[in-house]
Write a protein that binds this ligand. Structure first.
Ligand SMILES: Cc1cc2nc3c(=O)[nH]c(=O)nc-3n(C[C@H](O)[C@H](O)[C@H](O)COP(=O)(O)OP(=O)(O)OC[C@H]3O[C@@H](n4cnc5c(N)ncnc54)[C@H](O)[C@@H]3O)c2cc1C
Length: 502
């Protein structure tokens, strides 16, 4: 009977845990195989010398009660009773003399940016109008029905309900932050606006959506940090009767008569099931675990390396200084570029986490510095002493700058931790250490709208979930992808989809 079917899920990140929870709610018997000894994948944090360094969520879409995506998090049981910090500012961008404060409130942002550059008032107004417009857009509605299940009528219904947003989407979806910044007359804003949403290729629409979510109180930071959040999802999965096997890395997906029939772990254990979901790295699943046997031109093209991904170095520090009076995130524009890991950098982002006192001992602070970097550079030097030297060089150079912005800080540093794209790759298996699957840009936004396939040609009983099927990633869309895959399985089994166990 279909209700007795068993499912194996590869990967205990947010997508795998979400798929597991919905599988249990819908009467399937699921098991997750996770290569690490912890849940969450990229949604993680690590404790060192009394400091908790967060590696993921700054903004959780769906954190606000009754707001878009919140009902999914309620179903997954991770928001009830959890405190979220809602920031009024996304970040600040400064050249040392002038500062752009990226307020989430579009009225405040408009007044502030207009004051910075009255001659750009019209441009600022159209941008802030975009934020106001997107504050009324129900992004979650786009994910109600999994894209592969959407028929013509669903698309017509979706289009009809959202027709009013078409002009805003047409105007902002295919414009990058850099394209937009270049339109400003003010030289400082031309630089600062390009960095406003962390990477220059970020579609302006994505940034507007983020500010709109923040303004609505629907993009909060979960107090206790990302690992706590992932652990509560793991807890929910276990309460629903799911099984999670840690330190169980899947080597191969076993195929019998054209259907995915089981998995073989690196320790040679074989486990069979009626259905297999991979919520692990997309490339590793398709080309390693399945040896590239179930692909087509489109899939090869997706993974040929031409699409954008995002890699970074994160330098985390524990400092014996209270930074709570400082802005929580500042991007410093540099007068002279600095050379880090073989590339010139024109800015450095500095975050502190004092808004969540549980992450550092009293009177002390966690600082994180983020620099975009090139995977190939780190890969070329991996395994040699120069890799460690390079990591400390990155920290040292950045620290030199930090000292200028926070005089005396070097003396206060108690602990430094460095992560490169290879750390992310080793820890989670993500191709090239990518932080969000495909990076959302003008190029990948059509993939986000149309949807990435969740099944493979010629392979039955197999599904893909996770941020490699939701361009732009995020913890929220990873969870949505897990939910969507179970909706697809229920549809295949002619069952109505349930969002609770009753
Ligand atoms: C620094 C940083 C900041 C971010 N900030 C935010 C933010 O503010 N808000 C937000 O929403 N998102 C943010 N993200 C993005 C978000 O973390 C990811 O998009 C999301 O967590 C992806 O979840 P996933 O389950 O699809 O993949 P993953 O987290 O990669 O999970 C995949 C899991 O599969 C396991 N696995 C891989 N291979 C195997 C195998 N062979 N066998 C068994 N297990 C395997 C891995 O160990 C991992 O646990 C951030 C990411 C980073 C790195």
């Amino acid at each position: 009977m279909s209700s007795q079917k068993s499912i194996i899920i590869i990967g205990g990140g947010i997508a795998g845990l979400s798929a597991g929870c919905y599988a249990q709610m819908n009467g399937y018997r699921s098991r997750i195989f996770e290569m690490h000894n912890l849940p969450g994948g990229l949604c993680t944090a690590w404790e060192r010398k009394g400091y908790v360094f967060d590696g993921c969520i700054h903004y959780l879409f769906g954190s606000g009660e009754g707001k878009p995506f919140n009902s999914m998090w309620q179903e997954l049981g991770v928001v009830q009773g959890r405190k979220f910090i809602n920031h009024e500012e996304y970040q600040q961008v400064t050249d040392g003399e002038r500062t752009l404060i990226v307020y989430a409130d579009p009225d405040r942002l408009q007044a502030h940016m207009t004051e910075l550059s009255p001659s750009d008032a019209k441009l600022v107004e159209s941008f802030c109008d975009g934020v106001r417009r997107f504050a009324t857009f129900d992004l979650a509605a786009m994910y109600k029905v999994p894209r592969p299940l959407m028929g013509l009528m669903d698309w017509l219904d979706f289009g009809g309900k959202n027709i009013a947003f078409a002009p805003a989407l047409a105007k902002w979806a295919l414009q990058s932050s850099r394209d937009f910044a270049d339109k400003f007359q003010d030289p400082f804003l031309r630089q600062a606006v390009a960095q406003m949403f962390s990477w220059e290729e970020a579609p302006v629409m994505m940034g507007m959506m983020l500010l709109a979510f923040m303004h609505l109180g629907n993009a909060g930071f979960p107090v206790g940090a990302s690992l706590e959040f992932a652990r509560s999802l793991e807890q929910r999965y276990i309460e629903l009767g799911g099984e999670i096997h840690y330190e169980s890395q899947v080597e191969k997906i076993l195929v019998e008569n054209g259907r995915a029939a089981g998995v073989r772990l690196y320790n040679d254990e074989v486990h069979n099931a009626d259905l297999i979901i991979s919520a692990a790295d997309g490339r590793g699943t398709i080309f390693d675990m399945l040896e590239g046997g179930y692909t087509n031109r489109k899939i090869h093209r997706m993974y040929d390396g031409h699409l954008p991904t995002h890699q970074m170095c994160q330098v985390s520090m524990g400092v014996k200084r209270d930074l709570s009076s400082e802005p929580h995130w500042v991007t410093y524009l540099l007068n002279e570029p600095i050379l880090l890991a073989g590339e010139e950098h024109h800015q450095i982002g500095v975050k502190h986490y004092c808004f969540d006192p549980s992450l550092a001992p009293q009177g002390k602070s966690v600082i994180e510095l983020i620099v975009r970097t090139n995977y190939a550079y780190w890969q070329r030097i991996y395994g040699r002493r120069v890799y460690d030297t390079e990591q400390s060089q990155v920290s040292d150079i950045i620290l030199g700058h930090l000292e200028k912005w926070y005089p005396g800080i070097k003396e206060d540093i108690e602990f430094v931790d460095e992560a490169t794209p290879l750390s992310y790759e080793r820890y989670t298996g993500n191709w090239m250490g990518a932080t969000t699957g495909w990076l959302l840009t003008k190029e990948t936004i059509p993939m986000m709208i149309i949807g990435v396939p969740r099944t493979l040609p010629g392979l039955k009983d197999f599904f893909l979930a996770g941020h490699w099927v939701e361009p732009g990633g995020t913890v929220t869309l990873a969870a949505v992808s897990g939910k969507n895959v179970i909706q697809m399985i229920c549809e295949q089994d002619n069952k109505s989809f349930k969002t609770s166990q009753n």
